[in-house]
Design a protein around this ligand. Structure first.
Ligand SMILES: [Ca+2]
Ligand SMILES: [Ca+2]
Ligand SMILES: [Ca+2]
Ligand SMILES: [Ca+2]
Length: 541
């Protein structure tokens, strides 16, 4: 099958790239609706940290009214933070070679300003969406400036390699970030002749998994990296540490100059990981028009640029995650109306599960000189698809409902235990279930070693009214449970009217005593109030 329309459309509308993103991420690529913005959710109360080449902080997308310099930290234990600022609440210089007195040292390259612009860039007020504003214009920003120095291990930012990520993530966490966006990784941005990334479980991948294991409310987002030439990239070429287990790794839709979110970009790097896990997790817009640097923080510039690359898909999805986080933090769940009584602190696993539950399969992909049908999801091209937030977030009056469970490890499952949820479903709306858990860190292994990295193995199962079972990610291994991933999805596209039973079973715990998890269920259903449970799982506040 071919699809030429998207290519023509892409060439016609390149300057509207971010305007397209803020709509497609809320209501889909065929819609102009902004149902999340319409409920006053633009990222307010959320802080995203962006670890990149720095920020041109006086750009109109980030600047304070008084033009003041952001609070600067020059050591990893620095806690100079000002939460009253509208945008940049802390600026952490991580590269000892950067001197804040040197104007060019703020964003040494431009990449960081564009990434931050894709996540949280905002002219004027967040309640008003201005042209080229980000999806999370209401969110605040912590800049972690890694400088810039190209190398073959971590192309962007130029922190050098290996990089001990734990203390860097810890700094952003202590300063208040609960979403951390990264557009860099092993062997990214090397020349086409150089080796591509290898989808391996590096020390830095283990660092991320260990950090989220001990800070389970920090969502760490990474891009896949890009193929350096306009050819179909080989399998298992996405980048570490983004391919760790507890990350949300983001591939890309669109292409050079395109805005078609129903079409995968040719350069987005595919999985699976070396141990066979599904990565990326989702895809996002990988051609973004947003704030751009002029390499001088004393110019009051307001320039934008359109740039291709999964580097800009990751912060865009980090912005979408900020909207999801605000939804839970403000207590929109379960009533669909804002309620302080229902406010909760979502785990990273819950944010990831919600974004995956919101994901629509992207039907097309770009190949040299053509657009062809994409593989069905979950796939190693696009993971679970492109998040459309209104598909998961329930607002009062919506036909499609939302049910969640979010349990910390202490309230989770012991080995062999099963939790059961029952739902009375109506036909006509797909029933989708996503299970995500923050898995203990794995073992650093060489590229040639495909030993599974999964430590704790939970299994998802849906049983239909007639008794037919659907297992997590079953299309990848028909009739068998998933033994590799800490993300499992099951979808009933045409449910019957009747009672569906969802179970989560702890098939194996490599590290106990218990494993928590997040479960997200969407569909036209009602929670059946008398579930039979081996052990109840409490929703955590
Ligand atoms: Ca810098
Ligand atoms: Ca604005
Ligand atoms: Ca400037
Ligand atoms: Ca499993």
């Amino acid at each position: 099958m071919r699809k030429l329309f998207a290519v023509l459309l892409a060439l016609a509308l390149p300057l509207a790239a971010n305007e397209t993103s803020v709509r497609s991420l809320q209501s889909g690529w065929a819609s102009n609706a902004t149902p999340v913005f319409d409920h006053g959710i633009h990222g307010e109360g959320q802080i995203i940290a962006v670890l990149d080449t720095g920020l041109d902080y006086d750009s109109c997308f980030f600047a304070e009214e008084d033009g003041s310099v952001p609070p600067i930290n020059r050591t990893l234990d620095g806690m100079n933070v000002n939460l009253t600022r509208r945008k940049v609440v802390a600026y952490d210089f991580l590269d000892a070679g950067d001197d804040p007195a040197n104007r060019a040292a703020w964003d040494n390259q431009g990449h960081g300003t564009h990434a931050a612009g894709a996540a949280v860039g905002d002219q004027k007020t967040p309640a008003l969406h201005d042209f080229d504003d980000a999806i999370a214009a209401g969110a605040k920003l912590i800049v972690q400036d890694g400088g810039y120095g190209p190398d073959r291990c971590a192309g962007l930012p130029g922190l050098g390699c290996p990089l001990a990520l734990g203390p860097v993530l810890e700094q952003a966490y202590r300063q208040g970030a609960r979403i951390h966006s990264n557009s860099w990784g092993d062997r990214q941005n090397v020349s086409p002749a150089a080796p591509t990334p290898t989808a391996n479980y590096s020390q830095s991948a283990r660092d991320v998994d260990a950090f989220v294991d001990t800070h389970p409310d920090m969502l760490v987002v990474f891009n896949t990296g890009n193929f350096g030439t306009l050819a179909v990239p080989p399998p298992s070429t996405l980048s570490a540490p983004g391919c760790a287990k507890n990350t949300l790794q983001v591939g890309g839709t669109r292409g050079q100059g395109g805005v078609a979110d129903d079409t995968l970009a040719i350069y987005t790097l595919p999985g699976p990981t070396r141990d066979g896990r599904i990565k990326p997790d989702v895809v996002g817009p990988a051609f973004v028009t947003a704030a751009d640097s002029d390499n001088d923080p004393n110019t009051h510039n307001c320039n934008v640029s359109g740039q291709p690359g999964t580097s800009f898909a990751a912060p865009t999805i980090a912005g979408a995650a900020a909207l999801v986080r605000q939804y839970y933090a403000e207590g929109w769940y379960p009533s669909g109306a804002k309620s302080a009584a229902n406010a909760r602190t979502p785990s990273a696993a819950l944010l990831k599960a919600t974004l995956i539950a919101a994901a629509r399969p992207v039907p097309w992909k770009t190949v040299p000189n053509d657009v062809v049908a994409a593989a069905p999801v979950p796939s190693y091209e696009q993971g679970f698809g492109f998040p459309v937030l209104d598909d998961a977030l329930f607002f009062a009056g919506d036909a499609r409902k939302l049910f969640i469970a979010d349990s910390a490890n202490a309230a989770g499952l012991a080995a062999g235990e099963t939790t059961t949820f029952r739902f009375d479903a109506h036909s006509g709306t797909p029933l989708k279930v996503v299970l995500v858990w923050t898995d203990p860190p794995g073992v650093v292994r060489a590229v040639s070693d495909s030993t599974p990295e999964l430590v704790n193995d939970l299994d998802l199962r849906i049983t239909a009214p007639g008794g037919a079972a659907t297992l997590g990610n079953e299309s990848l291994h028909p009739g068998a449970p998933d033994r590799l991933n800490n993300v499992e999805q099951a979808v009933i596209n045409a449910p019957q009217t009747g009672t569906y039973t969802i179970t989560v079973n702890a098939a194996k715990l490599g590290r106990g005593p218990r494993q928590g998890f997040a479960l997200v269920v969407t569909g036209d259903m009602a929670f059946a109030p008398a579930p039979s449970r081996v052990r109840a799982v409490r929703a955590r506040g």
